[in-house]
Design a binder for this molecule. Structure first.
Ligand code: NAD
Length: 622
């Protein structure tokens, strides 16, 4: 059977339900969003007011869960008493109601008679076992059931965990993986039916472990966050900031569930709630939503932190530690982690302890929560915004050396690590431009699965497909007569070297190729022109140089515009100023959904001088 999801239904319109509905609508899929009828329905109040209000809220939330207002037209609201008929033509029904197995089971019982006989049914549960949710299902329905675990906020966190039940049809899993990746733009991780699945199992452990270390070593929230954020290649919200962001009550729920469910976990004690969290709950210090959590601001907007012993707010002083200073000087995420954990100061010790425990915990989970290290690494990168997953970190800090340090410090290093060390040195390696991971069962390296519609520019670079290169950009052979000009300066800013390569790319494509793509696989498409270069020239009064650079960029952009062969730009992420101008001069732009594009020069007191002002005028006149 050739499946297609032409229409979907989301049951539950709370934080996650409305976020999922918005994301599906953004992908062009009509959605029915149902919720309960309000318990104390007032006269004149709509019976679907819960779902209707949630839909309206989508316009007000920040950051916005919707790509633009028009997608709201695709969301139809209703209630679970009058509108179940609306499920009949839905190809996928996802349950996103309160995390309570009995309520979920009751809901499934009520909606099953209304499901189309091929419809896919899924739950967004954070960790209720599939077996207990589906025990009343007929086998036919079990085959069409899975967990689709989105992360909050749905639009911005790339991770989608897919968990099959014992009877889930493998073809359905393949279909949902493809749908998640290609239609919803998600990074799919295949996990197993275990408490908290993949991302939260490791992520919550790492957070809970860091809080324990803070208590044991007498560290303040600000000290912990200064180290376990950017310095350790993790998001700036780090540990205590992440708790504030997610909400202390939500975190308590997840951590408590972990403790109760993980009876045989060797690190179960880590999930025992510290006393200060209980006190925060009593005092209503629930995090950002009430503007008071581990951090708050005083009336002068000064940052304060909670003293974990006295529960009073005190100034949040930044630690003056060597490891943080050193980290700022290193741009490679793996190198940075290595530098921090090797520094002999309180921050370095904290980083080492948290890393050692998290790496060991992750290795112990292999086979239990996911079949391979790739899924675990992706779970942490896409669900928790870590720059590197645990096994990538392990490679970066040296598997053998760090295992020796762990043993010397009394950590219980899993036996399994020896299988790797007897057969190789790292969890990952690259052979002929392809990435391989170590499979502990096969005791050998296995190719990391990649989607066959994706071209990896790095692979082309390492396999002799570079047609030209300089310090600013490469020109690569994509095959089929198509070449790609790929910028690789810091933040992909445009400078004289990039301009040189744009010109060369036009020369080459006009001479002997069929089409030119301008794209890259760096974090952003481009943060603008290198204005530092212009500033320096201006400060030193070298006006002719400013004119020359501007003219050169305008000329290069005009050559793109009037190129005899098609020029396709592929903007994504930050596409500002000069990068936006390049995009405006291509014949077609294939833009990623998350593209932040604009002529932002006026913000720094400049005109868009690479041709952007002219393009803006042309577009306005047309
Ligand atoms: N919030 C998160 O960060 C997050 C992340 C991943 C997964 N989840 C999971 O997603 C699900 C929903 O979580 P949420 O954060 O959106 O919760 P929420 O409290 O924001 O929304 C829950 C929804 O369930 C509805 N509901 C309440 N009682 C109901 C009943 N008897 N029958 C049908 N619907 C009922 C409510 O009206 C509400 O719209 C849960 O299973 C949760 O574990 C949450």
């Amino acid at each position: 059977m050739k499946r297609k999801i032409k229409k979907a239904a989301v049951i539950g319109s709370g934080v996650m339900g409305s976020g999922i509905a918005a994301h599906l609508a953004g992908a062009g899929i009509p959605v029915v969003m149902l919720d309960i009828v309000p318990k104390d329905l007032e006269e004149g109040q709509s019976r679907s007011s819960i779902a209707e209000t949630s839909k309206k809220q989508l316009l007000k939330q920040k950051p916005s869960p919707i790509f633009n207002k028009t997608v709201l037209k695709l969301i139809e609201t209703g209630n679970l008493e009058d509108d179940l008929d609306k499920l009949k033509d839905c190809d996928w029904v996802v349950e996103v109601i309160v995390e309570n197995v009995n309520i979920k089971k009751m809901l499934f019982k009520n909606i099953t008679p209304y499901l189309n006989e091929d419809a896919i049914l899924s739950s967004n549960t954070s960790g209720i076992p599939i077996k207990s949710m589906t025990e009343d299902f007929e086998d036919g329905l079990k085959k069409r059931f899975l967990v689709t675990h989105f992360f909050n906020p749905v639009r911005y966190l790339k991770l989608l965990e897919l968990i099959p039940g014992e009877l889930t049809d493998p073809d359905l899993m393949d279909f949902m993986k493809d749908f998640g990746e290609n239609t919803l733009g998600k990074g799919v991780v295949l996990g197993k039916d275990t408490p908290n699945f993949v991302g939260n199992r490791i992520g919550v452990f790492a957070l809970a472990n860091a809080m324990r270390i803070a208590l044991e070593d007498g560290l303040t929230p600000q000290q912990v966050d200064a180290v376990l954020g950017k310095a350790m290649s993790r998001p700036g919200s780090a540990v205590f900031g992440t708790n504030d962001l997610v909400g202390i009550d939500t975190m308590v729920h997840v951590v408590k569930n972990s403790y109760e469910a993980l009876v045989n976990d060797e690190m179960r004690d880590t999930f025992e709630m510290p006393e200060f969290i209980e006190k925060m709950m009593e005092k209503g210090l629930l995090g950002r939503k009430v503007k008071k959590g581990f951090f708050t601001r005083d009336k002068d907007k000064q940052k304060l932190q909670l003293d974990l012993a006295t529960m009073e707010y005190v100034p949040a002083e930044k630690p003056d530690w060597k490891c943080i200073k050193k980290a700022k000087e290193v741009s490679d995420p793996g190198e940075r982690i290595k530098v921090v954990i090797s520094t002999d100061d309180p921050g370095g010790k904290l980083a080492w302890k948290n890393t050692a425990s998290t790496l060991i915990y992750s290795l112990n989970r292999l086979g239990e929560i996911a079949d391979d290290i790739v899924n675990i690494d992706n779970g942490m990168k896409w669900g928790f915004n870590w720059d590197l997953g645990p096994f990538e970190i392990w490679d970066a800090i040296g598997v053998k050396e760090s295992a020796e340090r762990m043993k010397a410090d009394g950590y219980d290093v899993p036996e399994k690590l020896n299988i790797l060390l007897e057969n190789g040195e790292t969890f990952y390696k690259t052979i002929d431009g392809d990435r391989y991971y170590f499979d502990l069962i096969k005791k050998d390296y296995v190719k990391v699965p990649v989607r066959d519609n994706v071209i990896f520019l790095n692979k082309l670079k390492s396999t002799g497909k570079v047609l030209a290169e300089n310090e600013g950009a490469d020109i690569l052979d994509l095959g089929d007569g198509v070449i790609c000009c790929s910028v690789h300066t810091k933040m992909n800013t445009v400078d004289d070297k990039v301009i040189e390569m744009l010109n060369r790319a036009v020369d080459m494509v006009e001479d002997r190729y069929e089409a030119l793509v301008i794209g890259s696989q760096a974090q952003h498409f481009g943060a603008g022109a290198n204005i530092f270069m212009l500033l320096q020239a201006a400060e030193e009064g070298r006006w002719w140089e400013v004119e020359e650079i501007t003219q050169a960029f305008q000329n290069a952009n005009m050559r793109l515009k009037y190129c005899e062969k098609p020029v396709v730009t592929a903007p994504y992420g930050l596409t500002l100023g000069g990068a936006c101008e390049i995009t405006m001069h291509g014949h077609r732009a294939v833009a990623a959904v998350e593209t932040y594009i604009g002529l932002v020069e006026v913000g720094v007191g400049l005109l868009p001088a690479g041709g952007g002002t002219k393009e803006l005028l042309i577009r306005t006149l047309n």
